[in-house]
Ligand binder design. Structure first.
Ligand code: IMP
Ligand code: MG
Length: 179
């Protein structure tokens, strides 16, 4: 990690502990039911991989890829499906897994589409939430951490496709994107 560019917000160890707690809570709530976990690419891939290994339930996984951000740090409000799910979700318990909820526009759009496909239930789990930025009525059911309005990278999250592999969640120094 290049500490000239980022400040660490949550360490790898803190994240591990938090994700374990989330997984335990999810397994408790679904109480042995089957679950289809849907990861939103690309940002959710690391959190999703860590999370499913902590959920002791019979589960399946699928992925959806949408784009909303382009290469900037601000939401455009426009969401486009780049890759849809492989299978039907009708009658299934769905858990959408997202890296971070900012304006909520992306997840609002995705959950509206998925609700129309007749799942048995639909919940949302995000690693990070920036509630102060919300521009839609989305409320996640499981949240790792609520954070202030800072741009973060690492643990799957990027700035212009960089930093996804950083093991900690880091605040990107504004000097990097204001260059
Ligand atoms: P929303 O539609 O504004 O809620 O944006 C959600 C998506 O924007 C997330 O899935 C992320 O991919 C991206 N995003 C929002 N905030 C950040 C951030 O601080 N760092 C990296 N990506 C972010
Ligand atoms: Mg994302």
């Amino acid at each position: 990690m290049n500490l000239d560019e980022v400040d660490i917000l949550f360490t790898e160890e803190e994240l591990k502990k938090k994700i374990k707690e989330l997984g335990r809570q999810i397994a408790l709530d679904y109480n042995g039911d089957e679950l289809l976990v849907i990861g939103i690419l690309k940002g959710a891939f690391i959190f999703m991989a860590d999370l499913v290994r902590q959920i002791d339930l019979p589960l399946e996984i699928d992925f959806m890829d949408v784009c909303s951000y382009g290469l900037s740090t601000e939401s455009s409000g426009e969401v486009r499906i780049l890759k849809d799910l492989d299978y039907s979700i009708e009658g299934k318990n769905i858990l959408i897994v997202e890296d971070i909820i900012d304006t909520g526009l992306t997840l609002n759009y995705i959950s509206e589409i998925l609700c129309k496909r007749g799942p048995k239930s639909l919940k949302i789990c995000c690693l990070l939430d920036k509630p102060s930025r919300r521009r839609s009525p989305i409320k996640p059911d499981y949240v790792g951490y609520s954070i202030p309005d800072k741009f973060v990278v690492g643990c799957g999250m990027d700035y212009a496709e960089r930093y996804r592999g950083y093991p900690a969640v880091c605040i990107l120094k504004p000097s990097v994107y204001e260059k």
